[in-house]
Design a protein. Sequence first.
Length: 274
Amino acid sequence: MLLGSQLRRLREARGITREAAGYSIRASESKISRMELGRVSFKTRDVEDLLTLYGITDDTERQSLVSLAREANVAGWWHSYSDVLPNWFPTYVGLEGAASLIRAYEVQFVHGLLQTEAYAHAVVERGMKGASAADIDRRVALRLERQKYLVAENAPDFHIVLDEAALRRPYGDREVMRGQLQHLIDISERPNVRLQVMPFSFGGHSGESGAFTILSFPESDLSDVVYLEQLTSALYLDKREDVAQYEQALKKLQKDSPGPEESRHLLRGLLQLS
């Protein structure tokens, strides 16, 4: 995505159309569009030809972008789990790992980055009916690997609004749910985690369309991405007007939900009841 956005910026600065850029590398206009959105792999030769077309002659700048192309084509650690993942999800894992800010609303269950191993196993087992125990364990292992982002040295900021429904809907037995609630209380104390609970008592709210995640990146060239997971696919929205509507919905959810300390108090109350 970063390389694609930089290529787009260079093309637009020269006033070159996508069609002309595509012609220069023996490709279509739509191929250039997909490259600039970071949705296809890059051939080093194509990047070099585009840089020539865009008038980039400085060796240092050219090598920087060519090196970025090589890095973009290296498979991420999560690709080793591709046998147990739906085909749209590896893209999300890559984006999540590159994000500096992750904002989300969840209603069905606790967000994957905050699940305990036992709770994650219960969620995955229910969602992968008929899967082998080994495949379920591998999916859970991937989820736990993703969670290392939150405690890494350069951990992203994570702002999450959990609907109370996600906390009351049981996955696993009583001890699993108690462990999950305690984990939420503990991890919400981390400086990079802001956890809020949208209580039933509030009534209807701005999260009426269901769960969503907004990913923001440290590179100024990259636009925010909204991730919407569906039953058989996922949507990645990056148009400014689409992202703005989801940001507005999340800001309203954050405003209408109790703050982090009040939400911890609510979690402690649920823990006592469980």
